[in-house]
Design a protein around this ligand. Structure first.
Ligand code: URP
Ligand code: ZN
Ligand code: ZN
Length: 467
């Protein structure tokens, strides 16, 4: 096995930052050393002087090739994981799908078939349950026990697609309470939203901005509260995905303060993009920003509060909810009818950079950046300490990050299979210099030197946050 020494960089973990050398043997980290403390010879040395050395990013919410809204998310496991690697993410947890009427195991097998041999970085799966019945409840136990799938996403939104009613949700939560899994919730009141959508369309209000107007904050807050109460009754751990509304996070914070195993995630789009300027852009341009939960009004202080919630650990994780649909032919399915625009934004490549802006702007400490983007997601979903930190024994998934670089985001330079960028022309401070996945350099400077097929499937343990 060959050894690599990353020397002279500032190692940043959730615990703090200090100048250290990182010694890698084969696929694992074997030592962190004070520079010069012991003589070290390695087969290769990477000079990280003046740069941060951080655990690779862990994005626990992606949708590669998701069939949705009459089309498929445009990144394959190959294109999406290569783009992730470019942006300093070395692990994804994607959502396998069980559709109504389908066996859970068949949905999972289909997802393995898409990913197997195609990923450039390591990957795991959550399971979307689109049809909760006796068989799928039993299958939850089997996935936890045998497949390394310890989290299940349910939807209070999208009636007729992935939607579960409260009784189904309660049953799945009871099953999770017994088998130790975490329930991930898309918390929006989908049946009420469908009424608002139909009414808006009947009034002739068909532009993309109506996607946001018909999904008001109250519908996210109400569903979040209902999910928390159902989880309380069932005794199940609950993780609310893609949170955008301040009021909804306040419900999570209350539950946490009362000692409940309730967690929350937000995404870069909710920290940077808004209803008026983006979803409300002229013509059909706003379609680029259609996602659910929707972008919120810039006049309601959501973004400032989401940053605060990240600081105060009322929100624990930043994922991307990477679900890219090209503008041409995919988003365009909704010309003249906002409700037919496929929901999703692609940003798997830019999460680490966008969140580093929080450090630059004084919203997050360096350690909290690493914690929310890498350490906590790994621990939340049973991958820690193999992923999400730099300690002897951990996988050598390491990012050398240059705080003095600048990165301009745009369709000409990104690597996602997406014909637009939600952040077109945005220049951010900082940039990913070098990326190692299990000890192999897969990205160096302006070169990707990894390969599809390097990434391995990760069987996950139960959440590391539960007693
Ligand atoms: O708009 C979104 N979020 N699309 C992906 C599917 C989901 O609900 O996560
Ligand atoms: Zn969702
Ligand atoms: Zn999603």
């Amino acid at each position: 096995m060959s050894t690599t020494l990353i020397s002279g960089g500032t190692v940043v973990t959730a615990e703090g930052a200090s100048v250290m050398d990182v010694l890698i043997d084969g696929e694992r980290i074997v030592a962190l050393l004070a520079p010069g403390s012991v003589p070290v010879t390695a087969d290769a040395t990477i000079d990280a002087t003046g740069k941060y050395v951080i655990p690779g990013g862990v994005d626990v919410h992606t949708h590669m090739e998701l069939p949705f809204g009459g089309t498929n998310a445009s990144d394959t496991f190959e294109t999406g994981t290569i783009a992730a690697a470019w942006g300093g993410t070395t692990t994804i947890v994607d959502f396998a799908v069980q559709r109504t009427g389908e066996r859970v195991q068949d949905g999972l097998d289909a997802w393995h078939a898409k990913a197997d041999g195609n990923c450039a970085i390591d990957y795991g799966f959550h399971m979307i349950l689109g049809g909760i019945d006796d068989d799928s409840l039993k299958a939850m136990d089997s996935l936890v026990a045998h497949e390394g799938i310890t989290s299940f996403k349910l939807f209070m939104a999208y009636p007729g697609v992935f939607y579960s009613d409260d009784g189904q949700i309660l049953r799945a939560m009871q099953q999770a309470a017994a088998n130790g899994a975490t329930i991930m919730m898309h918390a929006e009141n989908g049946t009420a939203i469908d009424v608002l959508v139909a009414q808006a369309l009947a009034r002739g209000e068909s532009d993309p901005v109506n996607h946001g107007i018909t999904r008001p904050v109250a519908m996210e807050e109400e569903a979040t509260f209902r999910a928390i109460k159902l989880a309380e009754v069932a005794g199940a751990p609950l993780y609310i995905v893609h949170m955008s509304a301040r009021q909804a996070v306040e419900r999570v914070a209350e539950a946490r303060n009362a000692g409940a195993n309730v967690f929350g995630e937000t995404c870069p789009q909710y920290l940077y993009l808004n209803l008026e300027d983006h979803l409300g852009a002229p013509g059909f341009e706003g379609a680029k920003y259609v996602c659910s939960t929707p972008l919120r009004s810039k006049h309601e202080h959501h973004q400032k509060d989401l940053w605060r919630f990240l600081r105060t650990n009322d929100l624990q994780v930043v994922s991307t909810d990477h679900c890219p649909f090209c503008f041409k032919e995919q988003k365009e399915l909704g010309v003249g009818n906002f409700s037919a625009i496929p929901n999703g934004i692609g940003s798997v490549e830019h999460r680490m950079d966008l969140l580093f802006q929080g450090v630059v702007d004084g919203e997050l400490s360096l350690s909290r950046w690493v914690e929310t983007c890498s350490t906590t997601p790994a621990r939340m979903f049973g991958l820690y300490p193999r992923k999400g930190t730099l300690v002897p024994g951990a996988d050598a998934d390491v990012v050398i990050y240059d705080p003095n670089a600048t990165t301009t985001i745009g369709v000409e330079t990104h690597h996602m299979n997406l014909d637009y960028s939600a952040y077109e022309g945005t220049t951010v401070q900082g940039g990913v210099d070098t990326v190692l996945s299990r000890g192999t350099v897969i990205k160096r400077g302006n070169e990707f030197i990894g390969r599809a097929g390097h990434g391995r499937y990760l069987r996950r343990d139960l959440s590391g946050y539960l007693l």
